[in-house]
Structure formats: structure tokens, C-alpha cells
Design a protein around this ligand. Structure first.
Ligand code: MTE
Ligand code: MO
Length: 263
């Protein structure tokens, strides 16, 4: 599998925070604090727009963005409004097909065999019986027509259907007072959601796109879709779900990105 690096700095590991960048940008940080953090609207996208700097740019500004971004996890989490709904869209605005992304090229997607696939359950869950795709596709579906926003600078409106994650967590007897719901994927990607986002009314385990089973590149047979998070939080090709109080580093936090990644 070839690992893609469209904008090298995005994929470069963080070697700690560049303090000089922070010093230089003290005034800007103070400004952002006042104008954005207080309104709870700060995201990496907003930050890059504010600074007029692309996420692909290299140099100290990257470290600066990362520092402010990770500093914001706690603040964003505190300000997250559990029942505040993100915008939804009309069916005629839906992109067909959806737009593909992964940390590798579409040619390198390894389709998952829906007939043998199982969703494994772990951690603070009473009934850890694995689920087959057939069983999951029979659950009551919720529709979401929402915007997908990728930190690489593009977005699209998509129409998704699948079981509401909060309802599924209750069905399997998950401890919803735990801190995190984390996902493992067939391609070794991992993602973790805070429990408030997992229980948000616009978070689903998606099985369909535009009324058809999700196609291979987009996460067949099961992926996450949440309206309140950036693209990378939406794990595709999920193979296991764990309810836990332990924070597990994820693919993008290892790249230095903001974990909460709210939009
Ligand atoms: N398993 C897995 N899930 C993943 C990724 C990935 O590389 N592997 N990429 C993430 C990123 S960065 C984005 S923007 C979205 C893209 O979803 P889409 O292809 O349906 O648009 O999937 C996310 N989920
Ligand atoms: Mo993304």
C-alpha cells in the first residue's frame, strides 16, 4: 500500500510545540481566544482561515496551529452543546458519488467482505455479541443529509442512513457514562469520539449512501457519520467498537491534529 502525502507538512509527525511560533503569535492567540473560542466555533479550518494560512504550508505556523488546536480540545469539549443540531440539507444538494478520501489512494482500498465481516464489541458493554452486516442492516434507520468537511480543504453534502449510534449503544448495554467510544477499522485506521458526540442525535453508524448500501471506497459495510465533527473523525470500514475511559491516540492526533475536531 502506498501512503499518500499530498501536502507533506500535514503528514509530518509533530516534534513538540515550536515555542518561538507561540511567542510571535501571542497577540493572534489572544484575539482568537476572544473572538472564536468563546463562541465555541473554533476549528482547525477556522484557524487556517483566520491566519490566511493553508494547512499544507510548512514552517512555524504549522506548529502554532497545532499548539492552539490541541490547546482547544478541552475548551471545545466544554462548550459542545449535546443537543444543538448541525445544519442539514436538501436531497437535491447531495453529491453523487460522494468524494473519496483516506490516507492512501482509492486504488489501494481493500474491499471488506460483507458476508464474513463482523462488528466486534469491547470494553464497557454488557452484551458483547458481535454483529453481522445482515443484522445491522435490519436495525431502524435514521437519515442524515449533512456536509462533510475535510481538513485538507474540501467538502461535500452527503445523504447517509443507518442506526443512531446513541440508540445502538443503549441496545447493547454500553456504559454511556464512560468517556470515549473508539473504533478500529479494516485498514488499521483508528478513531475515538467523546461520549457526548457519540450520543449526539446526528451521529449514526451509516450503512447507506443516497439510499444504496455504501460502496467499498466509502466504508462498506459500516462507517461512522457525525454532523458535528470534521471528516477524519468519521471512521470507515469499522471492524470493532470499544467503550472506554482510556484515551487511545488516533491516526490524526498522531499527526498533531486537534482531537475534538468539532465543526
Ligand atoms: N478507515 C478509515 N476511515 C477514514 C479515513 C481513512 O483513511 N481510513 N479517512 C478519513 C478522512 S481524512 C476523511 S475526509 C473521510 C473521507 O470519507 P469519504 O471518503 O466518505 O468522503 O474518511 C475518514 N475516515
Ligand atoms: Mo479528511
Amino acid at each position: 500500500m502506498t501512503v499518500r502525502s499530498p501536502s507533506p507538512s500535514v503528514f509530518r509527525p509533530t516534534n513538540g510545540v515550536d515555542r518561538s511560533a507561540l511567542e510571535e503569535n501571542k497577540k493572534l492567540i489572544a484575539d482568537i481566544n476572544r473572538r472564536k473560542i468563546l463562541r465555541g466555533t473554533l476549528s482547525l479550518g477556522a484557524l487556517t482561515m483566520l491566519t490566511g494560512c493553508s494547512v499544507g504550508d510548512s514552517g512555524p505556523i504549522q506548529s502554532f496551529l497545532r499548539a492552539v488546536s490541541s490547546f482547544n480540545d478541552g475548551v471545545q469539549e466544554m462548550l459542545f452543546r449535546p443537543n444543538h443540531l448541525a445544519p442539514t440539507y436538501r436531497e437535491d444538494q447531495v453529491a453523487k458519488p460522494p468524494r473519496f478520501n483516506a490516507y492512501y489512494e482509492i486504488e489501494d482500498v481493500k474491499p471488506v467482505n460483507g458476508a464474513t465481516w463482523k462488528l466486534e464489541l469491547a470494553g464497557l458493554i454488557e452484551n458483547k455479541k458481535p454483529w453481522t452486516a445482515e443484522e445491522l442492516y435490519k436495525l431502524p434507520e435514521q437519515e442524515l443529509i449533512i456536509r462533510h468537511i475535510c481538513v485538507e480543504g474540501w467538502d461535500y453534502i452527503g445523504q447517509w442512513e443507518g442506526v443512531n449510534l446513541g440508540q445502538f449503544l443503549k441496545r447493547i448495554g454500553a456504559d454511556t457514562s464512560a468517556k470515549y467510544v473508539s473504533f478500529k477499522c479494516a485498514d488499521d485506521y483508528t478513531e475515538t469520539l467523546d461520549m457526548a458526540t457519540a450520543l449526539h442525535p446526528q451521529t449514526i453508524l451509516a450503512t447507506k449512501y443516497a439510499h444504496e448500501p455504501i460502496r467499498d471506497p466509502f466504508g462498506f459495510p459500516l462507517r461512522l457519520r457525525t454532523a458535528t465533527k470534521l471528516g477524519f473523525k468519521n471512521a470507515k470500514w469499522i471492524t470493532a467498537m470499544e467503550v472506554t475511559n482510556t484515551f487511545l491516540p488516533t491516526y490524526w492526533t498522531k499527526q498533531g491534529f486537534n482531537w475534538f475536531a468539532g465543526i
